[in-house]
Design a protein around this ligand. Structure first.
Ligand code: FES
Length: 574
């Protein structure tokens, strides 16, 4: 393997040459207390840190950044920590999805505009994983990922609590008068008790495991609990490894291929992962010029067994998954449907990384012959209501609704839905199809996780627990129900969803993979001709940039100007 010389490093142009500008760079580095021997002859490693005081999932990242630095120093690199926007799922409004591309852009431009030779990416809370990958892939310098890792199990009076799902469960119990306000506050104390991401199979766990399967992390890194000392040691190993990756010049374009993305999709299906993974993986692949159409997800779903028994579709939590063998144990169980020759950032193939790994609890990670379901959790639907496609997590849907035709009850936006959903006069029955408009990439904005529309109260009282719901929104990985999501094109830009009227019949056929509005073409054309586009949401600022460039869900909701692999000039050093 050829190794780069010091003179070939990007950072050499800042620190190594002998001119007036490099004098400035060196003297300013010395101002920070560094000496020439700290950087001379060494690669500069950026540690992109998404820590912030408002991101509970990343509270350990100040420590982890120090542990990465330790590894970088050990291996003969020069670590430079760079903070980047922290997308904090619980706190950021209207949704972190609106800011995923901003973190991607910031990551790319930090790496481009500063003297970085390689990057260690610290993320994990939902959108941070795809965003950091997208930025590093577009910059295309050596990079690897330290996944934040899940938090430990929640606990309340000896009962295990899981992020998201138990919040809803006990909220319902509180409203029903089965638990007290004091009980509720004790649950608040116990449901999130350590650093780390949600420990159910939400977007964070889904994307961290997808990152491992993609080859973006060190082997076995995707599910280590944040509070486990293995996590700190993994961070230090990442620091050591990235220095070698720079000398070996292992770039994202060398590691991540169409096949790697297929491995990531297979992993998402076997994990019963979040529907959000579809949007993210499409966007991530797009940064490397790999086109993933929705049908690829459907095909892979059909051939992948669902093996990870993790809430909300299963029984356990990510801590249990790690002890049961973690992702390597799961992947080793389905080697025949993976591309084992794909490279990973540790310099080995996926096949080498999972060789000999085993499952230590066969209820948490199922064997193939005892799979939770013979196929993965997602289905892609098409039809005149979703010409660009829509998705459904059908393993979380009532089987009696997999084929269903019913009349639409239409809400023009979230506020309309919130105002009317529990109205006793709402003309809704268990056979109705609830339709939420204007909740997509532009309409939400940011496709908020509103896709699990609430069941109207009067139907709840009749014992109805699931019904067909359709929107251009997303849904939390911890949600469930017969919810058709990501309808493209969205209603805000005049997609067919905008033209659904109350009472129109809608036919859902999951086995046939179709979603049809049973209104004839002439009538739909007439409705489209008189449709008035909603007013633009933003006149200035990031919102205006977002609205001008965001793509639809089936294209990954990337900014059109950030897609692709067209070269971007290196900065001149003046
Ligand atoms: Fe950060 Fe769920 S809130 S991962």
């Amino acid at each position: 393997m050829t190794r780069k010389s010091y003179e070939e490093l990007r950072s050499y142009r800042w620190y190594g040459v002998d001119d007036l500008r490099s004098f400035g760079h060196r003297s300013r580095a010395k101002q920070m207390g560094y000496a020439r021997e700290d950087w001379a002859g060494k690669p500069v490693i950026a540690i992109i840190n998404t820590w912030s005081d408002i991101n509970p999932c990343h509270t350990h990242f100040r420590d982890r950044a120090e542990e990465v630095k330790r590894g970088v120093w050990q291996a003969g690199g020069f670590p430079v920590e760079m903070p980047a926007i922290s997308l904090s799922e619980p706190f950021q409004k209207p949704t972190t999805m609106m800011y995923r591309n901003l973190l991607a852009l910031e990551t790319e431009e930090l790496l481009r505009s500063y003297p970085c030779d390689g990057a260690v990416l610290l993320g994990g809370c939902d959108k941070t994983t795809p965003a950091l990958f997208m930025g590093a892939a577009s910059m295309n310098i050596p990079a690897l990922f330290v996944p934040a890792g899940p938090m430990l199990r929640g606990n309340w009076r000896g009962k295990t609590l899981g992020s998201g799902s138990d919040t809803w469960k006990y909220w319902a119990e509180l409203r029903a008068g089965n638990i007290t306000e004091d009980d509720w506050e004790e649950i608040e104390d116990g449901i999130a008790r350590t650093p780390g991401t949600c420990m159910t199979m939400g977007t964070a766990a889904t994307m961290m495991c997808a990152a491992e399967a993609l080859g973006l992390t060190l082997a076995d890194a995707g599910s280590i609990p944040a509070a486990d000392s293995n996590h700190a040691r993994m961070a230090t190993r990442c620091g050591r490894r990235i220095v070698d990756m720079v000398w070996e010049d292992v770039k994202p374009s060398d590691v991540f291929t169409e096949k790697s993305f297929e491995n990531a999709i297979t992993t998402v299906m076997a994990m019963g992962g979040s529907t959000n993974a579809v949007v993210h993986l499409v966007a991530m692949a797009g940064r490397l010029g790999v086109e993933l159409d929705l049908e690829r997800f459907d095909e892979i779903s059909k051939r992948t067994p669902f093996l990870a028994n993790i809430r909300p579709s299963g029984k356990y939590l990510m801590e249990d998954f790690f002890y049961a063998g973690g992702l390597a144990g799961l992947l080793n169980e389905m080697k025949d449907i993976l591309h084992l020759d794909c490279m990973t950032v540790n310099g080995k193939t996926l096949g080498e990384n999972i060789e000999g790994k085993d499952i230590y609890n066969e209820d948490v990670i199922r064997r193939r012959n005892n799979a939770l379901s013979a196929e993965g959790g997602l289905a892609v639907l098409r039809g005149n209501l979703a010409p660009g496609g829509a998705i459904i997590k059908h393993i979380a849907a009532d089987p009696s609704l997999h084929t269903h035709t019913g009349p639409a009850v239409v809400f023009k936006d979230y506020n309309d839905m919130a105002a009317r959903i529990d109205d006793p006069d709402l003309p809704v029955t268990k056979d109705s199809v609830l339709v939420l408009q204007n909740a997509g990439p532009q309409g939400g904005p940011g496709m908020p996780e509103w896709g699990m529309l609430p069941i109207p109260k009067k139907l709840l009282e009749q014992g109805v627990r699931d019904m067909v719901r359709i929107s251009d929104a997303r849904m939390s990985g911890t949600s469930y129900g017969t919810c058709v999501l990501h309808v493209a094109p969205e209603s805000f830009v005049g997609g067919p969803l905008a033209h659904v009227h109350d009472g129109d019949m809608i036919a859902l056929d999951i086995p046939g993979r179709t979603l049809k509005l049973l209104v004839d073409d002439a009538e739909l054309a007439a409705r489209s001709a008189v449709w008035v586009a909603p007013e633009a949401k933003f006149a200035r600022g990031f919102g205006a940039i977002y609205a001008a460039h965001i793509t639809q869900a089936n294209k990954g909701c990337d900014f059109d100007v950030l897609e692709g692999t067209a070269p971007t000039p290196e900065p001149e050093i003046h």
